[in-house]
Design a protein around this ligand. Structure first.
Ligand code: TYD
Length: 442
């Protein structure tokens, strides 16, 4: 996929000067084409990880490459400089999106230690670009210019146009091949999959949906999760938030993961006991998911259905950050397993308390458990993971620097929670009635 994207972009650069000249553009035309490509690439790099978030990254990568190749077909055939500049810009966007998506999709959990997929991709891109710089102009020269008589009119086939078309066809064939190899949702039709992703959902074919558990309809209660690395103080903040909510007359259930249910406590013991050795990463992920499934079914969902506010210390994001980013398992797979385990229950708000691992681990009083005693790099990856998750869905997250004073943090959390409460106490009421007793002492 990357070779095809790089070929498409490289071919344009290779003959842009001459092609712009053929179309009567001169230096200004050449400059416009290169600018369009660069600006497009920049946009694409930025957009890649941000568009269609629920959509499979591997499918997106294949589609972006095919779209880049199609843009090149247009660019090669239409002999109008304005169209060429716009097609180049689109080509850039798709190639850029392909690049940033490939970096996400290339993450391979089975890769041996020391494998560097990003470096490999960079080499593929570079070599393909260099080869296309050398070969595309040769094809252009070999093809030469011809006047084609098309009955109704004539079409001047320039050598550069022919060379671009050859590159486009090659990129298209490679792109289609790559899409087929990449596709991790085989059998699921593309159009409804894309349509669902546009609405922020993961498409489930009707026959699977009928078999899957019904998603939770949270029309009454509110579900708030607290997330963060070790020693970020989320337990404290979750408690303070619950106390504040109770002071305001809300019915609150505070809970935590792992180990909030009877079965969960046994799973927690297995998961965190340092005597548990040799537990495989996938098994660990499934045990956390099992604990979560039990937690949702027996604690969270019944409470939310009753209209209660549920405050949970950790939820799905912990698995994405620890098992996904920390252990290096594919984040998409973990998300899917957890979506199934939880019946699709997503928090209304996730508060992420951010702290550098060394500072967080220093704060911990008790001897380290199995996860806490992982390496510094592991905890660094977990932190990056949490950050990436929050960045991908900024509306659902409140990200706070956990090194700030506790009182300040809980104030900010309260302001944010107030926004999602079904019937919040009006702002200013606290000042007038001074019903703010428990929190202000920090
Ligand atoms: P936590 O209960 O926050 O630890 P503590 O009681 O010591 O504050 O979490 C237990 C550990 O489990 C923590 O190190 C993070 C880890 N964890 C995962 O790796 N994946 C998960 O899905 C969850 C919920 C926790």
């Amino acid at each position: 996929a990357i070779a095809a994207a790089s070929l498409a972009a490289g071919a344009v650069v290779a003959v842009a000067r001459v092609h712009a000249g053929e179309l009567g553009g001169g230096d200004a035309g050449y400059g416009s084409v290169l600018t369009a490509l660069t600006v497009g690439l920049g946009f694409g790099l930025f957009l890649g990880p941000r568009v269609l978030v629920p959509f499979s990254r591997r499918r997106l990568l294949g589609l972006a490459v095919i779209a880049a190749a199609l843009a090149l077909v247009v660019l090669a055939l239409v002999q109008n400089l304005v169209v060429v500049v716009f097609a180049t810009a689109f080509l850039g966007v798709f190639a850029g999106a392909a690049w940033s998506t490939a970096k996400m999709a290339a993450h391979d959990p089975e890769a041996p230690e020391g494998a560097r997929p990003a470096a490999y991709l960079r080499s593929v891109a570079l070599i393909t670009a260099l080869v296309s710089f050398a070969v595309v102009p040769l094809i252009a020269a070999a093809a030469g210019s011809h006047r084609l008589d098309l009955g109704g009119g004539v079409y001047d086939a320039y050598g550069t146009g022919v060379a671009l078309l050859v590159a486009a066809v090659l990129a298209l064939v490679t792109g289609l091949f790559a899409y087929r190899r990449l596709d991790d949702r085989r059998g699921i039709p593309l159009v409804p999959d894309l349509r669902a992703a546009l609405h922020g959902e993961i498409y489930t074919p009707p026959e699977q949906a009928a078999a899957a558990p019904q998603p939770v309809h949270r029309n009454r209660g509110v579900f708030i999760a607290f997330e963060g690395g070790e020693g970020a103080g989320k337990t404290t903040q979750a408690r303070l938030a619950a106390i504040w909510l109770r002071d305001h007359g809300y019915d609150v259930v505070t809970t935590h993961e792992p180990g909030a249910t009877k079965i969960g406590m046994r799973l927690r013991a297995m998961l965190l006991d340092r005597d548990t050795t040799g537990l495989s990463d996938r098994a660990e992920t499934l045990l956390y998911a099992a604990d979560r499934a039990d937690h949702v079914a027996n604690v969270i969902k019944p409470a939310v259905d009753r209209g209660v506010i549920v405050v949970s210390d950790r939820y799905v994001d912990s698995s994405l950050a620890y098992q996904g980013f920390g252990r290096g398992l594919p984040v998409e797979d973990i998300a899917r397993v957890n979506a199934w385990a939880t019946g699709g229950l997503v928090p209304d708000l996730t508060v992420l308390l951010e702290i550098p691992p060394e500072a967080g681990l220093r704060r911990l009083p008790a001897p380290a458990d199995r996860i806490e005693s992982e390496s510094q790099e592991f905890h660094e990856r977990v932190r990056e993971g949490f950050r990436a998750l929050a960045e991908a869905d900024p509306d659902r997250y409140l990200v706070l620097d956990a090194s700030r004073p506790q009182g300040e943090l809980s104030r900010e959390i309260q302001y944010r929670i107030r926004e999602i409460l079904p019937d919040p106490v009006p702002l200013g009421t606290e000042d007038a009635t001074s019903t703010f007793p428990v929190i202000t002492d920090f």
